[in-house]
Design a protein around this ligand. Structure first.
Ligand SMILES: Nc1ncnc2c1ncn2[C@@H]1O[C@H](COP(=O)(O)OP(=O)(O)OP(=O)(O)O)[C@@H](O)[C@H]1O
Length: 449
């Protein structure tokens, strides 16, 4: 049997329960329809197949070893339903074991050619974020699917804040081909901050030197939503459905994501992937932490309180931005703008510094649209995943396509909300660290449309 998907043709008739199905495998697609009308043709691209397994014979006694049924096998696959992906399976039976063997072998051979699919996954679980049910999310939506897909999962449940980051910096990760977490934006932030700092240690890069380019870790990262807002997962997957996230990890497709580094006068404070926000959102994040027992509703409660009390925040921002106005074009699958900037490179765009001072309701440097289920368009709907940009929203709701910005608070202070985490240093400098390409690779299959 050739390993080339295009060369293989298999054609057989199988029983699926009492139904007789004509099934053909050709040109990378498994196609089936029933012999008797109504014959609905189903086309399954091999890329959407999770795994192919022999079935087991039914044991007559629980102490007996499970025996393979040579006449029966199951194709596990995934199917897209709007923005979600679901797990499905098709069980096929044939009286000739040789027919079954040739199908199982051929399909398994093709699946082995998908070398980007993870085999050894290190999975961090944050039992503290969101509704505090991250472990249950993994057990309900992840464990079984990973086992069907043959992914060996090493689960690490975090015991304290920053433990995930410290673990990544200090432990040998050679035995893993991918890393993922079950949690919210703060958990993912620990993960990619750890990976970039680990890479700095390995390459001898001083992460506190703002003039140094921070290195990109190459290991792909996955996120299974288990937080409160799950903004990054929503922006990447188009949904916060955990099964969709698990399937994206299993299929191993990834996209690059820019990170922005935030410094004070002396050192690197943190990297962020979604948003850095001062003023209203900074205070909401800070204030809402007291109400964690409310789960995701803490943001509504705190947000309303802070809205009523907001008198504005004074400060001065210097922005290094593109002179052209922000185009009202949303990022989607095969986005034209992203494709163009990939082709032309971002360095060719002309930028200049400008300073704005005044009283602001909120200042947000958004790296992605920051869409979530509460706000499906997000605070920066025209952000692009492949374009280096930071959008500012200030008192006049102005937006800039920026590469870098500095902020200095004047008078009463707020704090920064950095991917949902509090940063108390008010005077900061943020710059997009990835001029040469995206810093981290996230498992994805679709982006929000
Ligand atoms: N075992 C733990 N105990 C306490 N805090 C933890 C633990 N593990 C991780 N953390 C911290 O928990 C915080 C909250 O996690 P996370 O951001 O994932 O959830 P969330 O705030 O509910 O979700 P979101 O950021 O999507 O709104 C983060 O600051 C993370 O560093």
């Amino acid at each position: 049997m050739s390993g080339n998907i295009k060369d293989s043709v298999l054609l057989s008739t199988f029983y699926n329960g009492k139904k007789k199905l004509r099934i053909i495998f050709h040109n990378g697609n498994i196609v089936w329809d029933s012999e008797k009308p109504p014959s609905d043709k189903y086309i399954l691209p091999i890329e959407n197949v999770i795994s192919v397994h022999y079935n087991y014979l039914r044991n007559t006694h629980p102490s007996e070893n499970r025996e393979i049924d040579p006449n029966c096998f199951t194709i596990h696959y995934s199917e897209r339903k709007y923005s979600k992906w679901v797990h499905k399976n098709l069980t096929l039976k044939h009286c000739d074991p040789l027919q079954v063997a040739s199908w199982v072998k051929a399909l398994q051979n093709h699946l082995q050619s998908f070398i980007k699919r993870p085999k050894h996954l290190l999975l961090f679980v944050n039992p503290f974020g969101g509704r505090r049910n991250a472990l249950q999310i993994y057990e309900k939506y992840g464990k079984h699917l990973f086992s069907i897909a043959g992914v060996e999962v090493t689960v690490n449940i975090s015991q304290r804040k920053d433990q995930i980051k410290d673990y990544i910096i200090n432990h040998n990760l050679d035995m893993f081909d991918s890393i993922a977490c079950v949690g919210g934006d703060g958990t993912l932030s620990e993960l990619f901050n750890g990976l970039v700092l680990r890479e700095c240690h390995t390459k001898g890069v001083d992460s506190d030197d703002i003039n140094q380019n921070l290195p990109s870790p190459k290991i792909p990262v996955g996120i299974i939503p288990g937080g409160s807002t799950d903004t990054i997962a929503y922006c990447i997957h188009g949904t916060t459905d955990p099964t969709t996230a698990v399937l994206h990890i299993i299929f191993g497709d990834s996209l690059g994501l820019d990170l922005v580094s935030v410094y004070d006068e002396h050192k690197l404070l943190r990297l962020y992937a979604s948003v850095l926000s001062y003023g209203y959102l900074g205070d909401v994040a800070y204030n809402s932490d007291k109400y964690r027992w409310m789960g995701p509703h803490r943001y509504d409660y705190s947000g309303f309180k802070k809205l009523l009390r907001n008198k504005g925040y004074q400060g001065e921002i210097a922005i290094y931005s593109e002179s052209a106005e922000v185009q009202e074009l949303m990022c989607s699958e095969n986005c034209e703008k992203c494709e163009l900037s990939k082709k032309n490179g971002c360095d060719k765009v002309v930028c200049k510094w400008q300073t704005i001072s005044g009283t602001f309701f909120m200042l947000s440097g958004a790296n992605i649209s920051c869409a979530c289920s509460r706000s499906p368009k997000g605070i920066a709907p025209y952000s692009h995943l492949v374009l280096i940009q930071v959008l500012w929203t200030c008192h006049l709701s102005e937006a800039y396509c920026a590469r870098e910005f500095c902020f200095r608070a004047v008078g009463g202070h707020s704090r920064w909300n950095c991917d949902g985490e509090i940063q108390h240093q008010t005077n900061i400098r943020a710059n997009n660290i990835v001029i040469s390409g995206q810093v981290t690779y996230l498992f994805k299959q679709i982006k929000i449309n």
